[in-house]
Every structure is written in structure tokens, then in C-alpha cells.
Design a protein around this ligand. Structure first.
Ligand SMILES: C[S@@+](CC[C@H](N)C(=O)[O-])C[C@H]1O[C@@H](n2cnc3c(N)ncnc32)[C@H](O)[C@@H]1O
Length: 209
């Protein structure tokens, strides 16, 4: 085997472990990954809820909440009368979010269910706001942007936050892709953090009224 072949194959196990911990969390690695995300990403999760400026009575879709550290904050912001639905394809993460938010689920103000950015199970124009933190790099992005635009009501908004270092593409490309899918009024900012480097933050609008 040539050294080149050897080094080309070497990242595979590490990549699989990272995917099992953070990308599509599953098994023991997913449990550890979920605990780490709950600590390290809580600030961004809170930023997303606050940036969306949620109001009482609103319907909110959260995509890829992982352990769900800010779901209770989103529910509190839309009470009374509002409701939050969270979709995540990882059964390990859904279990964690359901445990963390048992009170809100029992009260009927939160539902945590199987889904993804590309398949939310929400009706057309069914939500006022969409939140996504640290998962856009895992989507089929054209399909994800199309689906999230479909479920937003005209004039609704989406907040998308992601670690700059895991995005894998220039942040400006997200703007191009979202605009291409039909979003309007897209604002892009970089937010500095003490640890983990800057975060990309986007506010996007459904163009209708
Ligand atoms: C890196 S974790 C981020 C979790 C949490 N939002 C945070 O910031 O700590 C990525 C999450 O996105 C979920 N995910 C994977 N593919 C997804 C997709 N296509 N759409 C939405 N979420 C997805 C994973 O199951 C996982 O819970």
C-alpha cells in the first residue's frame, strides 16, 4: 500500500465517530455527543430563540434541536396560545429532548417528532418561525430550503445559526442558496464567541405578506 493510499483511508473511522456523536447521533457516541452539545451549544440555541423575537400565540418549527436545550425557552416565548414542533432524525436526540422537556410536552405546547429539514411533516404556511442551529451542514440544502419556505407563512421568518468551523462552505453561499430557493430579506452576520470561534447567523424571510 502506498503512503498516499494509507493517509487517504485514515480519516474514515474518525469521520464515522464524529458523525455518530454529532452528525446523526446514535449509540454511546451519540449519548456522549448529545451531552457535549447541550453544554457547548446552549448559547447559540438561546441566540436563535431570541433573534426570532417570538411572540405569544406563534407556531414555531425547530429543526435538528439535538438534545433540545432551548426548546423550553421557545415554548415560554410563544405562551400563551402558541406551540412548538421540533423535528430531528436521530432517535437518540429525540429521547434526550423529550426527557428534558417532559413538562412542556405534557402541557401540549411542545411536540418532538421524527423529521428533518427536508421532511418536516408540517402543512403549507403552517408556522410563523423556523429555527435551525448547527444542522444546515447536514441537510440536502436545496430540498431543505424549499421545504422550510413551504411551511413558513407569508411574511414568516427563519433564524439559522451554525458554527463557522463546521459549515464547510463560505457563509455567503448559504445566502445565494436561500435566495435561490425563494427566501427574501436575507441578513448574514458573524457573531464572535469566546470559545469555538465565530458563529454564522442568518435571518431569512418568506417574501409574501
Ligand atoms: C450537531 S447536532 C446540533 C444539535 C443542536 N441544534 C445543537 O446545536 O446543539 C446536529 C443535529 O441535527 C440533526 N440532523 C441531522 N440531519 C438533519 C437534517 N437533515 N435536518 C435537520 N436536522 C438534522 C442531528 O440528528 C442532530 O440532532
Amino acid at each position: 500500500m502506498s503512503p498516499g493510499n494509507h493517509s487517504a483511508r485514515r480519516p474514515e473511522p474518525a469521520h464515522r465517530l464524529i458523525d455518530a456523536a454529532f452528525g446523526r447521533p446514535r449509540g454511546p457516541a451519540g449519548t456522549v455527543g448529545g451531552a457535549l452539545m447541550a453544554r457547548l451549544n446552549a448559547t447559540e440555541e438561546r441566540w436563535a430563540v431570541d433573534r426570532a423575537a417570538l411572540r405569544p400565540g406563534e407556531r414555531v418549527l425547530v429543526v435538528g434541536p439535538g438534545p433540545g436545550v432551548a426548546l423550553a425557552r421557545a415554548v415560554a416565548a410563544v405562551e400563551p396560545g402558541g406551540r412548538v414542533v421540533a423535528v430531528d432524525p436521530s432517535a437518540t436526540m429525540r429521547r434526550s429532548a423529550i426527557r428534558r422537556c417532559a413538562a412542556q410536552i405534557a402541557a401540549g405546547t411542545l411536540e418532538v417528532r421524527d423529521g428533518a429539514a427536508e421532511r418536516t411533516g408540517c402543512p403549507d404556511a403552517g408556522v410563523d418561525a423556523v429555527l435551525s442551529v448547527n444542522n444546515v451542514m447536514l441537510w440536502d440544502r436545496p430540498a431543505g430550503f424549499r421545504e422550510l419556505l413551504r411551511v413558513l407563512r407569508p411574511g414568516g421568518r427563519m433564524v439559522l445559526i451554525v458554527h463557522r468551523h463546521v459549515l464547510g462552505i463560505p457563509p455567503e453561499r448559504l445566502v445565494t442558496e436561500a435566495t435561490g430557493a425563494g427566501f427574501g430579506g436575507v441578513e448574514l452576520t458573524l457573531r464572535e464567541r469566546r470559545v469555538l470561534g465565530p458563529a454564522v447567523q442568518m435571518l431569512l424571510h418568506h417574501p409574501g405578506h
